[in-house]
Design a binder for this molecule. Structure first.
Ligand SMILES: Nc1ncnc2c1ncn2[C@@H]1O[C@H](COP(=O)(O)OP(=O)(O)OP(=O)(O)O)[C@@H](O)[C@H]1O
Length: 290
């Protein structure tokens, strides 16, 4: 569905000495995403996630490389391919003076949808994201979670086959986040391919079929959350070492237990299932600022 080959984005940059230079935000990224998949791009701040999504959604030109949707080159078929993609931006960008319904109406008109089709689709989508009751409310009055759901409804109006979501649950509380996850899973079941960025490891682990870990613009690893954990070792032993918390990974529970047993008397020792955060830390070396 999505094929990315050797994608590069460089920005002009001034060095500390004031010299003109270039900064590579996305460095030779190649990956592919299948139809109906929920694919996550996970990385710390500045990893290049937003820049990648901006290239994939034609908001900025790549410096190099190739993007294809359904075997069609994005650079050659931009107009045609625009109709199959939807975008949920990181920041809420509605017209704040309009109601929920008016915002959707405006967007549908921009997509040249006919009146009857517009009305039906808006009704369907408001029901889908459970916002029917607030159709006549001004968007200013919506909660953060409602605004996110409205962004999703707006992005789905023209029935895109691929939905790009940049940090879909940033700054939402855990309950609202889970509600959005349900909605994303539902969309994937309905056949929409979802490509999202996140810096929440829990989001990638719970929601994504496959996860690409990006660090400093480079693809560090790509796999299913389950395979990532199995490759590292399904069991983690952690304890307070001389240099802070230390971790060791084991494929078998008995081996983890035997290792922990050798440290008898250390009250800080813990055996638990390995999670994607352990994988992320091993691969990026980052324990904070994810
Ligand atoms: N328009 C721009 N001009 C110059 N540098 C840029 C521009 N946009 C992004 N960058 C740089 O490119 C790198 C990647 O930024 P990007 O926003 O893609 O990262 P990110 O992974 O989305 O981070 P975050 O989680 O903070 O949103 C950063 O070093 C950033 O400073």
């Amino acid at each position: 569905m999505i094929q990315i080959d050797n994608l590069v984005k460089k920005f002009p940059h001034k060095t500390k000495a004031g010299k003109n230079s270039e900064k590579t935000a996305v460095d030779n990224l190649s990956l592919s995403v299948g139809e109906g998949e929920i694919f996550g791009l996970l990385g710390p701040n500045g990893a290049g996630k937003t820049t990648t999504i901006r290239m994939l959604t034609m908001q900025t030109q790549p410096t190099g490389g190739r993007i294809r949707y359904k075997d069609m080159d994005l650079a050659e078929h931009a107009q045609e391919l625009k109709s199959i993609i939807g975008v949920v931006p990181q920041h809420v960008n509605f017209d704040q003076d309009l109601t929920v319904g008016e915002n959707l109406e405006l967007h549908a008109r921009l997509h040249h949808m006919k009146r009857a089709e517009r009305q039906q689709r808006i009704r369907e989508l408001l029901a889908y994201v459970e916002l029917t009751d607030v159709v006549n409310d001004g968007v200013r009055r919506l909660s953060g979670g409602m605004k996110r759901r409205l962004l999703i409804a707006r992005a789905l109006l023209h029935q895109p086959r691929i939905l790009f979501m940049d940090e879909p649950t940033v700054a939402l509380d855990p309950q609202v986040r889970r509600r959005i996850w349900q909605l994303i899973r539902q969309m994937a079941r309905d056949g929409v391919t979802v490509f999202l960025t996140t810096h929440y490891i829990e989001e990638a682990e719970n929601l994504c079929d496959r996860v690409a870990i990006l660090n400093k613009g480079r693809l560090v690893a790509l796999d299913t959350p389950q395979n990532f954990c199995e490759k590292l070792g399904r069991y983690t032993v952690e304890w307070d070492g001389s240099a802070g918390r230390e971790y060791q990974f084991f494929a078998e529970k008995q081996a983890a237990a035997a290792f922990a047993g050798q440290q008898a008397g250390d009250g800080s020792i813990l055996i638990r299932p390995t999670n994607l955060e352990d994988v992320f830390i091993e691969l990026t070396g980052r324990r904070e600022g994810i």
